[in-house]
Design a protein around this ligand. Structure first.
Ligand code: ZN
Length: 454
């Protein structure tokens, strides 16, 4: 009863609906989930709507939500996009910030994180104003209005400002116009901002695509890392974000900052959830002590990590990355990315930084995509190792090889022979340890074999 599933196709009409805003039941909803979403009890919801039999409720059923005096009309749920804040949503949906907060039980702006499901009033026949414009340092809304040939009081009214001189620098104001689109919390020069996936996931790469006018200088930061935007031919800029596998799940600020072609600065920050990657714990691994001696591992880790930091502007890969081993081994993985590890009984502070492929000593290794070799040589822990730069901050790494068939500076093509599988370095047997680096950290290589990054 508590989690009674709402089945499709059972829409029914209540005879007399009580007063209050209406939520129309969607696919996947249950009476329970609707009650939770609106912060009321299941009993309140069913009693208020005179529901005696939950089976009579289905997709399309109109439920009146109690306890929201002053709010009327139809409500819907929508995920908060990157670029929105309470003020911008308030302006977009023509509902006061106070009512938005009340509808969603918000107690702090930090709760408005990217990907959060939000209850919003459905807008019908409301012309949503179009242009967004940033206020330069020292510029007032009054000056902006004059500059844009607008009535300053119209702008004040539209943006719920007490008066045309009450806006503050860095504020993004809406101007009367056509339909509204794009990230409302950012200046109109930024036409579109798409982050995938949301929420972010430990150990996964994410792509932030920004469509905007020429002459934008933009940087994005998450945690202590900043990610560069790289341009492309079609008017889009891309930043590839890497989320470290050991980042604690939780809310983190994702910030975007930049300068418009006219020199006006802007910045925007919004929380985003990083969820667990669900990586399992491996049994304690026993290895020879010198291969986990910090005196050996630290300098080597630093050297290896430094190789993958530069962002070269030419994107060299096309389409999917291909498996770096012959067909018969392409889906043979003795160990996958992300597993939590303990060496010789240490705390589980290590993780498996790549995807291991089967293969005996001498099995061929191929480049998974075109790129430039930035490292080829012997290392203590990694054995004979190679690293390839694929551009845009994306690198691939190969360890424990018996032979290396390329040299630093070589340009390689997808499918080219680059080395042979071996058992050099910290290993218990021959295999290929294959890494993908994105945004300066190791990410799950499997994603790159299964989905196309831009
Ligand atoms: Zn490995």
């Amino acid at each position: 009863m508590l989690a009674a599933l709402v089945l499709p196709g059972r829409g029914f009409a209540q005879d007399t609906l009580p007063d209050g805003p209406v939520y129309v039941v969607q696919e996947g909803d249950t009476l329970w989930s609707v009650a939770v979403q609106f912060g009321i009890s299941l009993n309140e919801l069913t009693t208020y709507n005179q529901i005696n039999n939950p089976d009579t409720v289905g997709i399309g059923t109109r439920l009146v939500i109690p306890g929201l005096a002053g709010v009327s009309g139809e409500l819907k749920t929508e995920e908060v996009a990157f670029g929105e804040d309470l003020l911008s949503l308030s302006r977009k949906y023509r509902v006061s910030e106070i009512d938005l907060a009340r509808l969603n039980h918000l107690t702090s702006p930090a709760e408005l994180f990217v990907g959060r499901s939000l209850i919003l009033p459905v807008q019908e026949n409301v012309e949503l104003p179009g242009d967004r414009s940033g206020l330069a340092e020292g510029q007032t809304a009054l000056e902006l209005a004059v500059l844009k040939g607008r009535n300053p009081w119209e702008i004040a009214l539209l943006n719920e400002l007490p008066g045309p001189i009450k806006a503050i620098p860095g504020d993004v104001l809406r101007l009367p116009g056509t339909s509204l689109s794009g990230p409302v919390g950012l200046p109109g020069e930024i036409e579109d901002l798409q982050l995938t996936p949301t929420p972010l996931v430990q150990g996964k790469a994410a792509v932030l695509q920004l469509k905007g006018s020429q002459g934008l200088a933009v940087a994005v930061s998450l945690l202590d890392d900043s990610f560069e935007f790289v341009g492309s031919e079609n008017g889009s800029y891309y930043a590839i974000l890497g989320v470290h596998a050991m980042t604690d799940p939780g809310l983190y600020p994702l910030a975007i900052k930049g300068t418009l072609a006219n020199g006006a600065g802007f910045s925007f920050s919004q929380s985003i959830y990083i969820r667990s990657g669900g990586y399992p714990m491996d049994p304690v691994l026993v290895v020879s002590p010198e291969t986990v001696d910090p005196a050996v591992t630290r300098p080597e880790d630093a050297q290896w990590t430094a190789l993958a930091q530069p962002v070269t502007l030419q994107k060299q890969w096309q389409d999917l990355f291909v498996a770096p081993v012959p067909k018969e081994f392409a889906e043979c993985w003795p160990s996958q990315y992300g597993n939590r590890r303990s060496y010789n009984g240490s705390p589980y502070s290590y993780f498996h930084t790549g995807l291991d492929f089967c293969g005996g000593v001498g099995t061929e290794i191929y480049a998974p995509a075109a790129g430039t070799v930035v490292f080829a040589g012997p290392l203590t822990v990694r054995g004979n190792a190679t690293m390839i730069d694929h551009g845009w901050g994306v690198y691939s790494g190969y360890m424990h090889q018996s032979e290396i068939e390329v040299s630093v500076g070589d340009q390689v093509e997808v499918g080219q022979l680059i080395g042979l599988v071996g058992n050099t370095g910290r290993v218990t047997g021959p295999h290929l340890h294959f890494e993908i680096w994105a945004g300066g950290v190791q990410v799950d290589p499997m994603d790159w074999l299964e989905q196309v990054f831009p």
